[in-house]
Design a protein around this ligand. Structure first.
Ligand code: F6R
Length: 238
């Protein structure tokens, strides 16, 4: 894995934005895998400011809460429009996210997995890292889930994400997420880790054993992973 340690969140965001910008310039019809949460917000700002041409880019998001209406300002659909899609020239029909209102979540997961394959697979997947080591909503488990699936969120994830909701009771209990296999199939992966609270889990992901209890640890086996950390998150990274 290639490890980049930057001074702070702004330089982390610029470094990630530069890698994505290079990808889009080299392949204007890139298929990007995108993440939500606090960490990539600066990266999206950087991409907006770079004035890139997104007109032929396709985007597939990692995950969406379930159930949740698209109009809910905590849905990842809403987040992506706010933070990126409404601010660049991406064609809305090329933006994809699991449907948090689907009546049959299993069928929706299969449709999503097929859509990624139909687009030719993901060229570059952007990831954040959960405090419990999750990527997407692949929570600690006894195995690595392969494909896009319907998942019950961990209590720790509900707690961590309650900061965005009025109370933890309002956090949806389930999600539809790309699987570890879906993520692993991306040709290039860029993971962002920011803040001292993630220093322990960053060390476990980078230096620890590959263990489904720390889902991101599987990335040690991927042939093209770049992890960008700020100094605080990199406290225990050698
Ligand atoms: C978001 C996602 C999650 C987050 C992770 C970190 O689409 O899939 O895995 O990347 O929970 O979230 P933040 O960046 O808010 O700390």
């Amino acid at each position: 894995m290639k490890i980049i340690i930057t001074d702070n969140y702004n330089t982390l965001s610029a470094a990630a934005g530069d890698i994505i910008a290079q990808q889009i310039k080299a392949k204007p019809d890139s298929v990007l895998g995108l993440a939500t949460g606090s960490t990539p917000i600066g990266t999206y700002k950087h991409l907006v400011e770079a004035g890139l041409d997104f007109s032929n880019v396709q985007a597939f998001n990692l995950d969406e809460y379930y159930p949740i209406p698209r109009t809910n300002d905590q849905s990842y659909y809403y987040f992506m429009n706010e933070n990126l899609f409404s601010q660049v020239n991406i064609d809305k029909k090329n933006t994809h996210i699991q449907n948090g209102e689907a009546s049959d979540p299993q069928a929706e997961c299969q449709r999503y997995e097929d859509a990624i394959k139909g687009a030719g697979g993901i060229d570059l997947q952007l990831l954040g890292l959960g405090l419990n080591g999750h990527i997407g909503f692949n929570e600690p488990d006894s195995h690595f889930p392969k494909a896009t699936h319907h998942v019950a969120l961990d209590e720790s994830t509900i707690e961590a994400n309650s900061r965005f909701f009025a109370s933890s009771d309002d956090v949806p209990r389930h999600a539809l997420t790309m699987g570890i296999g879906t993520i692993f199939n991306a040709r290039k992966i860029v993971m962002l880790i920011s803040g001292e609270a993630k220093a322990d889990i960053a060390k476990a992901v980078i230096h620890g054993n590959i263990d489904p209890q720390i889902p991101a640890s599987i990335l040690q086996l991927h042939p093209d992973v770049t992890i960008i950390l700020d100094k605080d998150a990199a406290k225990y990274v050698k």
